[in-house]
Ligand binder design. Structure first.
Ligand SMILES: Nc1nc2c(ncn2[C@@H]2O[C@H](COP(=O)(O)OP(=O)(O)OP(=O)(O)O)[C@@H](O)[C@H]2O)c(=O)[nH]1
Ligand SMILES: [Mg+2]
Length: 476
């Protein structure tokens, strides 16, 4: 950009044009300035290219995991680490027990708060669309037994505080943000989805897990009063979770704990024990919301057996996906080799936590469009995960019609395969239309909580990314 000094600028005196400058002198001066700028831009470009080549020579790749909040970025990262950073994974295993306990306690507290609200006839907690006051019969389903359970489970609030302190986790209110005018494919119909509670978050889950690591070991459990209280509450937690009135209430408020971290509630016999150690699946499913951006290193051996040699370093960046966190993504775009973008396909009838006016699929689609069209990412390989296929399947089975929220879906069958195919085509089309230069589309349908299937996807990505990287760095 040409330099235009103002009189408050320290360079004003040096840079300002002579007062008696003729038109011809002005033209010559502007040309000189434009030439200087072009040379400077070329140098910047050369430096950028050199840096990229140096990284390639060191066989270093930068991979960014992007997508809206809860799309599955951290879960994908965990799959990568489980496959390719096995030592670190094992080292952290003991520390995950506290996260699993915290996930369970958050679900229990959600249930307790719902019972409290229903008993007092207060405004519903989870669903803005539900009636403002429940009928007497709804409140009546809760009895003295529920009151007793509430009292008996009260100590879990203390355990929650203790676990959060140990993990260094915080809780953030959901900040409303500006509405988005555009829609993905059509104007979605009004959405009856629940609004979630403030969630705890960590800046870096490896730090959180590390700081908690020694305290998470089974030997430490003898002294760990939180685990002891947690174990003591096991029967009451089970009674609460399996209670028909509770299930009815959750259903009415469309709170699907079983679709979130709540599915640990079915495993209390296994988890609420002194000897419990988190399994690989537990770790992958445990939810810790990300804020900020965190770098994770992986050493990837080239499964291509290219001359049988070497490995490359993959720098993976996990980011917070909620709208307020997205401004921090931009500085990471430059020199990013690969973006793995996660679109949760089950979200067509849900709204953003941070802005309940915005449909999640709409948000994800606009995000995808802006990633595809970014000039900074022209040479970045884009990989799209159409994620949460298992939840899509469950949702369609419950009879929820895609067409209601996405009228352009029309009369296609309300089944997983056609829905995924439709979204795949739409996302592919957006990529084609909005990419500044033609690029190949790599689209995978995923359920990243399924570690076996995801391992295959990651191996395929590894081979593909390494191959592409070799091609672009002219090594093959
Ligand atoms: N059933 C199911 N759950 C999933 C899937 N992918 C992610 N989840 C769950 O969805 C929740 C959110 O996943 P995360 O990986 O934490 O999402 P994120 O994109 O990192 O979210 P932020 O950190 O808030 O940006 C977690 O409870 C995961 O276990 C999936 O394919 N199927
Ligand atoms: Mg995350």
């Amino acid at each position: 950009m040409a330099f235009t000094p103002t009189d408050s600028d320290p360079f004003y005196e040096i840079m300002r044009p002579p007062p008696d400058e003729t038109p011809a002198q002005m033209t010559a001066r502007l040309k000189r300035e434009a030439d200087a700028q072009r040379i400077s831009d070329n140098i910047d470009e050369d430096i950028k290219r050199d840096r990229a080549l140096q990284r390639k020579a060191r066989k270093e790749l930068r991979i960014l995991l992007l997508g809206q909040g809860e799309s599955g970025k951290s879960t994908t990262l965990k799959n990568f680490r489980m496959q390719y950073a096995r030592d670190a994974w094992e080292h952290e295993r003991a520390g995950w027990r506290a996260v699993v306990q915290l996930n369970i306690i958050r679900s229990i507290i959600t249930i307790l708060e719902i019972i409290e609200a229903e008993m007092s006839g207060n405004t519903p907690l989870e669903d803005d669309d539900a009636p403002r006051r429940f009928s007497d019969s709804a409140a009546d389903v809760f009895t003295d037994n529920h009151r007793l359970l509430m009292i008996r489970l009260a100590p879990l609030r203390g355990v929650e505080m203790d676990l959060k302190r140990r993990l260094g986790a915080g809780a953030e209110p959901v900040h409303p943000s500006l509405p988005m005018a555009a829609t993905p494919f059509d104007d979605p119909a009004p959405l009856p989805s629940p609004k979630r509670h403030n969630e705890f978050f960590v800046r870096s889950w490896t730090d959180a897990i590390d700081s908690n690591n020694s305290q998470g070991s089974p030997e430490y459990a003898d002294l760990d009063s939180s685990t002891i209280t947690f174990m003591t509450c096991k029967d009451d937690m089970q009674a609460l979770w399996q209670d028909p009135a509770v299930q009815l209430s959750l259903d009415r408020r469309k709170v699907r704990l079983a679709d979130t971290a709540g599915f640990f509630l079915n495993d209390l016999d296994r988890i609420a024990t002194r000897a419990y150690t988190a399994t690989d699946d537990d770790i992958v499913r445990a939810r810790l919301r990300t804020v900020g951006i965190q770098e994770y290193l992986l050493r990837i051996s080239d499964g291509l057996s290219l001359r049988g040699e070497g490995s490359s370093i993959w720098k993976l960046y996990d980011v917070g996906g909620c709208r307020t966190a997205r401004a921090a993504w931009l500085p990471f775009f430059e020199n990013t080799d690969v973006i793995i973008f996660l679109c949760p396909v089950s979200c067509f009838d849900e709204r953003l936590d941070e802005d309940s006016r915005v449909n999640r699929l709409e948000d994800s689609t606009l995000l995808w469009r802006s990633i595809c069209s970014s000039k900074l990412l022209t040479r970045t390989q884009l990989i799209l995960f159409l994620n949460k296929c298992d939840l899509l399947k469950r949702k369609l089975k419950r009879g929820i019609k895609v067409k209601t929220y996405l009228p352009s879906y029309g009369d296609r069958p309300n089944e997983v395969m056609p829905v995924v195919k439709y979204l795949r085509e739409k996302y592919k089309e957006i990529q084609k239309q909005h990419s500044p230069e033609p690029r190949v589309s790599y689209i995978y349908t995923t359920t990243v909580t399924d570690t076996t299937a995801t391992a295959k996807t990651l191996h395929s990505i590894r081979d593909r990314v390494l191959r592409e990287n070799l091609v672009t760095s002219n090594l093959v």
